[in-house]
Write a protein that binds this ligand. Structure first.
Ligand code: ASP
Ligand code: MG
Length: 476
């Protein structure tokens, strides 16, 4: 298994430094550092396991997570558990804030203070379950173990982790339980890392502790070739590269927080996404290897809700695009894809896609643009995007052709096409989204043999605000 680099986080060095002092109190500690650090590394094997909200939804599930940790400890590992809030606890806390705020936006600092309580409930209950089963355990909030973040409330980034406190507890034979999804600023304000952020904590801790194993326990068996709710014969993927995972996640397969994957990629930490309900091997998210290139397409994804905003008759001259996207950015509109077509009369049409949730902000921005640029604006909210992803695309041809042919055969009109080195995306009508996903999945023969995809299976309309999700794990 690949090991994170030693310079991973400052804290780790600090810890190694302390070890070096302990090992050779009279010697020059800095000179001792490499030896002390490496011998420490060889004698320990740390497992960091994270359990998502659905895997901790009630007392039985918490006990079963605890049992898993004990089993791992009995196999000779030191065990750290990162927890999410129980079940839908985070959603419920958000709901309470909405009620109190009567529709206006909650102050972000207080939102963090509130949402961080979800995980604080789970750590202590998990520690209790462990103690009840006879294991020594101790729980910590992120603040107690020095997970320091910047001060961007509701989407903070981890700056450093003081791993020392955890190592001390592990060395004393305890299982350590840590709140996922949160940190504190240098000045002691509680922050959160964005919804789904406990995966970021998982990877950051694995890096800071130099863990051998980084496991993400969820309620499905791993990452699938497509969302199994829409494509019944979707198969579990055994191995997927960091880049493929990043593409799949941003294209609608909301499996893992992108930042968790970016972090894992940066420090080369393999993540094992697996089920908390069984002992099957899940999906390994790892660095790209040559053998992966043989598989042209690893997975297909559907972003089932996209809006398109088109500005017609904008002047075709330098600075216009810069002006448009600057205006959108200042209104916090996150732009997905951009399409520009130039007419013959010195004007252009500029369209972009965005999350329908950003439509209100986009309207405000575009009303301003309509005045300054004297252009017409059209808003549409009936689109979806189907994508194929695979590192093998770098070395294989004919992928686009196969995808377009499959869509054509199903009479699905392609409204726009975007590509990257390892993905091809087609903008289509939302009503055809599920069908598009199935035909593309079939075209690349990604399905298992047992249950053929039913071409006309009706799916329940997704609830507003819900993302398509390959593992069906919901942030809670
Ligand atoms: N409880 C938080 C959420 O639901 C963090 C997480 O589960 O990763 O978003
Ligand atoms: Mg959660």
């Amino acid at each position: 298994m690949l090991r994170p680099r030693r310079e991973a986080l400052g804290s780790e060095w600090r810890f190694a430094y302390l070890r070096a002092i302990r090992a050779a109190p009279n010697a020059n500690a800095a000179a001792e550092l490499p030896r002390a650090a490496s011998s420490w590394k060889e004698t320990m094997s740390i497992v960091v396991m994270k359990f998502g909200g659905t895997s901790l939804a009630d007392a039985d599930k918490i006990r079963s997570a605890a049992r898993r940790a004990i089993r791992s400890q009995k196999q000779g590992h030191q065990v750290v558990i990162v927890v999410s809030a129980m079940g839908k606890a985070t959603d419920q806390l958000e709901g309470m804030a909405r009620q109190v705020m009567r529709g206006s936006a909650a102050p972000k600092r207080e939102m963090d203070q509130l949402l961080a309580t979800g995980e604080q409930v789970t750590i202590s209950l998990t520690a209790m379950a462990l103690e009840e089963m006879g294991a020594a355990a101790i729980s910590f909030t992120a603040g107690q173990i020095g997970i320091i973040t910047d001060d961007k409330h509701t989407r903070a980034r981890i700056k450093t982790i003081d791993a020392r406190r955890i190592h001390e507890q592990l060395d004393a034979g305890r299982i350590v339980i840590v709140t996922g999804f949160q940190g504190v600023t240098e000045r002691g304000h509680v922050t959160t890392l964005g919804r789904g952020g406990s995966n970021v904590t998982l990877v950051a801790l694995a890096v800071a502790l130099g863990a051998e194993v980084c496991e993400n326990y969820t309620d499905v068996d791993g990452i699938f070739t497509a969302d199994p709710r829409i494509v019944p014969n979707a198969r579990k993927i055994n191995k997927v590269s960091y880049d493929e995972m990043l593409e799949l996640a941003s294209l609608g397969a909301g499996v893992l927080h992108n930042r968790a994957v970016e972090f894992a990629k940066k420090y080369n930490v393999p993540i094992h996404v697996r089920s908390s309900m069984n002992n099957k091997k899940g999906t390994m998210i790892v660095a790209e290897s040559e053998s992966m290139e043989r598989i042209v397409v690893s997975g297909v994804a559907l972003k089932d809700k996209l809006a398109r905003i088109s500005l017609h008759n904008v002047p075709d001259q330098p600075g216009v695009a810069a002006h448009i996207f600057h205006t959108l950015a200042t209104h916090n509109v996150v732009v997905d894809d951009i399409i520009q077509t130039v007419g013959e009369d010195g004007t252009a049409a500029v369209s972009f896609t965005a999350d329908p949730g950003d439509l209100d902000d986009a309207r405000v921005a575009c009303e301003k643009l309509a005045t300054t640029l004297k252009c017409d604006v059209v808003y549409e909210d009936h689109l979806a995007k189907v994508s194929v992803v695979g590192v093998g695309m770098r070395t294989h041809t004919g992928v686009a052709e196969k995808m377009f042919a499959a869509l054509a055969h199903a009479k699905i009109n392609i409204q726009n096409i975007t590509t990257s080195e390892i993905k091809i995306s087609c903008l289509i009508d939302r009503a055809q989204g599920a069908a598009a996903l199935r035909v593309v999945h079939d075209a690349f023969e990604l399905g298992g043999r047992k249950k053929p995809a039913r071409k006309t299976r009706k799916i329940a309309p997704a609830r507003p605000g819900k993302r398509s999700n390959h593992t069906r794990e919901r942030p809670t």
